[in-house]
Design a protein around this ligand. Sequence first.
Ligand SMILES: [Zn+2]
Length: 507
Amino acid sequence: MQVTLILIVLCGWVFARPETAQEELDENNYHLQIERRTGKSRTVNSRETTSSYWNQNAQNLIAEKIGRTLNQNVAKNVIFFLGDGLSIPTLAGARVYYGGEEKELAFEKLPYLALSKTYCVDAQTADSACTTTAYLGGVKNNIGTIGVTAAVAEDDCDAMLVEENQVLSVARWFQNAGKRTGIVTTSTVTDASPAGAYAHIANRNWQTDATVEASGKNATTCRDITYQLVKWDTGKNEVFLPNGTLDPLGNEGGRTDNLNLIDEWLKDRTEEGNVAEYVWNRTALLNIGDDTDYVLGLFSGGYMSYNLDRNTTLTPSLEEMTEIAIKIASKGKGAENGYFLFIEGGRIDHAHHEVKAQKSFDETVEFSKAIQKALDLTNEEETLIVVTADHAHTMSISGYPDRNHSIFGSPGTDGNGLTRLTINYANGPGFIPNGYNYENDTTTIHANGPWAHLFSGVVEQNVIPHIIAYSACVGDGLTACSGALKIVTNLTLPLLLVVLMLHLLTA
Ligand SMILES: [Zn+2]
């Protein structure tokens, strides 16, 4: 009798329970609602259906974090990776594209993270020009201008030439400390992001004398970005490994002043007694001599190809350029003092502007591979690696697609029978024909190495080079070498006053 009763109770529970659960979950979990309406089942990884899997993941992470000691060494080297337009949803999309929702990009394994506020002085959402001044120069300025303060309005050449309006970049701070510096990009070397390392310009489009003249300015006083790259102080001291606008591949040069700036660059380096090499294809890059001090690598007449379109025989990957840049920066004059490298995945941004999400994700994966290469070739005890974006993009990922569903596909139709898409752009050609896809706000900073733990919380974008300088003991601000002393000095006077007051009160 007793046994029968128990069975009845159990059966009652078993039958009643799913109804109750469904009602509860329908209120809180839209996924289940969709399932019930469509009658569709979703496939899940069976290990993910257990508590132990998720609990163990979380416990492992805590163990790793509490086992980590703060790295307070002085950074000998700093490698700064810039993913142009690498928004947070782009990270999510690239993970799925690369191997699944749970896949980690190389830089997502770095232990420290901050959010970067990217607005500039005169604009709510930024472009690559004002952001490069912030993340390389440490100062926010006006949209469209590079390496100058916000006292310089766009197109104001006179103001740009005033020395106190010019902002020196962290690359220059490293040079002043006797360290080597270099630039790598898949964009053009005179494009806004890399130009932040060496240029002071009131219009990001002034990349040759011809474009300066077209703006009605005098190009012999209002020097263009390419000229500044080769002839002005910061640029001429860089170890370059960029793509560029000066071209040996049969593309016609755009200068009107008859200067061949490749020859000028080689002549200047050689006259200083250095071994300098100019290369324009992958084979030459991979075979650079051991005694080479400086490299100028120009592999395209404009932007480098998207990786998916790349001629893999002729054109190096970002990962290969990164490897050679680290190799060149690690030897030669000043190498014993360390180096600063700026390495840009420049085409993540271009693909978003063109509403080509797949190419943007693929460029992000290439960017990740370059960072993995840098992690493999360096030691976290002496090398700070910082990875960030300059600005975001409007691409979003939404629509309740199934797990493991193609990120480029449709998760189904909406209540009006219209096809939904996982990826959407808020503007651009997907919104209006020939429309331009605009940039967007707030990005992440990932970091590892000496003082990387200073990257935390929500910070203004211009803080980035100040933290880099602190870690490497370069620049005019607080550094790991002087910081403690200065803080003590700053605290000493107020403390003495408090002690004096207490003394007077008690006397
Ligand atoms: Zn950008």
